[in-house]
Each structure stands twice: as structure tokens, then as C-alpha cells.
Design a protein around this ligand. Structure first.
Ligand code: PEP
Ligand code: MN
Length: 337
């Protein structure tokens, strides 16, 4: 529920309401507006005598939150959230592009991609160090060695780093090396992992599960927010359909739908959505036109020898062309890149 405080309610009155609600087992989230303050209270309302709150000093009204994703939805927070990823804002007027190899392979590969993507205006370097693969026999990633390389290259280039975390036991370790924690499509409903990421002070990029509805995806984000981390970026990366011509089917609808339902930023991964570098260009443009806040694109200096996902990775030259081609599209939808 949302407790709307009266105009000019004092800090003490706000804190008293919070203390009362916390005593009833609610988590409270005060939001200080220019005119009014509201307190979001999330918990099991069946256990609480919430009707008494209306009699407390400074309280104007109580409004129930109808949506199942209370912190993620727009009922409590109306404005678009801007997530700060190590100084790079995600969700504002400027679009953000994350690019890099599917997997970190070695320092030379990573540094080469990083320098090339930086020249084009990309701000965030991606690269998997823990690679959960469909087959247990495929390359599984360099693990902590890969994290060290990401941090080193990030420091040398000034690019921010995003990488996937797969296991609850690694959240702390990965948080030490990177700017954004990625939760992969296959982990979207690993609720323990989501809650653990909710305790991190690093933003979380939450990919949509292969067969997840938009509501399930937003509920997954709710796990992270309700554990205390408000900094979540959603990533549409294609879903499973009957179509086999592409690796997945990009749900372009998800962009405007999620924008309406949540204040969180949403980006698109056209590489995993299509599974083929030839279609990444068109799908990237469509995503920006549809209102995405950014893109995550796989780029490799030598895709034919990539350890994973070479078939969907752009060469740096093609990526640079795409970055240029996105400018007029961004402008047409009142964004910058
Ligand atoms: C990735 O980004 O490398 C990845 C594994 O993506 P997804 O979880 O979307 O399959
Ligand atoms: Mn990949």
C-alpha cells in the first residue's frame, strides 16, 4: 500500500509511520516528492491493522497497490527511473550501448574489442566470465581470471563492466570486479540468486527468461527490489516461439508494454534475440525506434574463432557502422546516442 503524507508532514511524522509499519512486518520505502512524501509499504497486509495508520499524525490517505509487482510497477514510482551504472546513467535521454564478446577469452581479445567499441561511443563493456552453456561440454568461461581481465580492461579504457553471475555464492565476488551484475535468461527465476543480487550495491541487468511472460519477468525484478536493490535494468533478449529461422523471437511488444507497466529502464539484446549477426542491425534499429533505453550487442574481433556465439557477433567495423546508423533513429524518437 501507499501512505500519502500531508503536504508539509514533518520528518518525524514520516519516520513514525515507517516505524509503525515496520513493527507490523512491512518493508517501507519513503519517496520524497517536491510537494508531498509518500511511503510505500510492502508486506502481508492480512497480518496488519493498517486501518489505524489513517489516524497517525501527518497521514492524508492510504491507497492499496493493486499490481503484484509493487516496487517495480508505476503505482508507487511514476517517473522513469534512471539507474546509475558506475557513473553512466541508464534510462535517461541518452541511450546506452553495452558491447563486447559473448565470453572473455584472453586479455588481447578483450582489450581490442574494448578499444574499438569505445571509439564508437559505447560506454559499457560486456563479457562473460561465468558461462552457463546449454551443453556441459561447451566452454564454461574463465571465471575469476575473466573477472580480473574485465576489471583491468575497464580500468584501462574507462568503460564500465557488465558480466553475468550464475551462482548465489559468487555475487559478492563478482560485485567486487564489475559495475553491473547480469542475471541471465536461464537464471531469471532463480529466486535465491535474485534475492542475493538484491543485497548487492551494484545495479542488476535482468534478462527475460526464454519462456517468461512479461509479468513473470517483472515479478523476478520485484525479488531484487524487495531485497533492497532499486537499481534494476530489464533486458529483452528474445523468447521461445514456434519460429526456428532465428535463435529466439524478439518480443518488440515487450518494450512499450514494460515501459507502461514499470518505471525501470529496458534495453534489448539483438544478438541473442536473432542468433545471427546479419539481423542484428535491423533489430537494433527497431528496438530503439520502439523506445528501448539501450542495447547489448555481442562484438568479437574474429567471430569465426570465437569461443562462443561467434555466429551472432558483429565484427568491430560492422558495430561502428551500426552505431552511426542509430543516430538518426535515436533523434527521431527524441533520444541521443
Ligand atoms: C549472454 O548475454 O551472454 C547470455 C548468455 O545471454 P542470455 O542469458 O540472454 O542467453
Ligand atoms: Mn552469448
Amino acid at each position: 500500500m501507499i501512505i500519502i503524507m500531508k503536504t508539509g508532514a514533518s520528518q518525524k511524522q514520516i519516520e513514525d509511520v515507517e516505524k509503525y509499519l515496520q513493527g507490523l512486518g512491512f518493508n517501507t520505502h519513503p519517496i520524497y516528492g517536491e510537494v508531498k512524501t509518500v511511503v510505500g509499504a510492502v508486506g502481508d497486509k492480512r497480518l496488519a491493522k493498517t486501518e489505524n495508520i489513517i489516524h497517525m499524525e501527518g497521514v492524508e490517505n492510504i491507497v492499496p497497490i493493486m499490481s503484484p509487482y509493487k516496487l517495480v510497477g508505476r503505482e508507487l514510482i511514476h517517473e522513469n527511473s534512471i539507474v546509475d551504472a558506475g557513473g553512466v546513467p541508464i534510462g535517461g535521454k541518452e541511450l546506452v550501448v553495452m558491447a563486447g564478446p559473448c565470453a572473455v577469452e584472453d586479455e588481447e581479445q578483450l582489450m581490442e574489442v574494448a578499444e574499438k567499441i569505445k571509439e564508437t561511443g559505447a560506454k559499457i563493456l560486456r563479457g562473460g566470465a561465468f558461462k552457463p552453456r546449454t551443453s556441459p561440454y561447451s566452454f564454461q568461461g574463465l571465471e575469476e581470471e575473466g573477472l580480473k581481465l574485465l576489471a583491468k580492461v575497464g580500468k584501462a579504457t574507462g568503460l564500465k563492466i557488465v558480466t553475468e553471475v550464475v551462482d548465489t555464492r559468487d555475487v559478492e565476488l563478482v560485485s567486487q570486479y564489475v559495475d553491473i551484475l547480469q542475471v541471465g535468461a536461464r537464471s531469471m527465476q532463480n529466486f535465491k540468486l535474485l534475492s542475493e543480487c538484491g543485497k548487492s550495491d551494484k545495479p542488476v541487468l535482468l534478462k527475460r527468461g526464454l519462456s517468461a511472460t512479461i509479468e513473470e519477468w517483472l515479478m523476478a525484478a520485484e525479488y531484487i527490489l524487495s531485497a533492497g536493490n532499486p537499481n534494476v535494468i530489464l533486458c529483452e533478449r528474445g523468447i521461445r516461439t514456434f519460429e526456428t529461422a532465428t535463435r529466439n523471437t524478439l518480443d518488440i511488444n515487450a518494450i512499450p508494454v514494460a515501459k507502461e507497466l514499470t518505471h525501470l529502464p529496458i534495453i534489448v539484446d539483438p544478438s541473442h534475440a536473432t542468433g545471427n549477426w546479419r539481423w542484428v542491425d535491423a533489430v537494433s534499429k527497431a528496438s530503439i525506434a520502439a523506445g528501448a533505453d539501450g542495447l547489448m550487442i555481442e562484438v568479437h574481433p574474429d567471430p569465426s574463432h570465437a569461443a562462443s556465439d561467434g555466429q551472432q557477433s558483429l565484427k568491430p567495423e560492422k558495430f561502428a557502422q551500426l552505431m552511426k546508423a542509430l543516430k538518426p533513429i535515436a533523434q527521431a524518437v527524441d533520444r541521443e546516442i
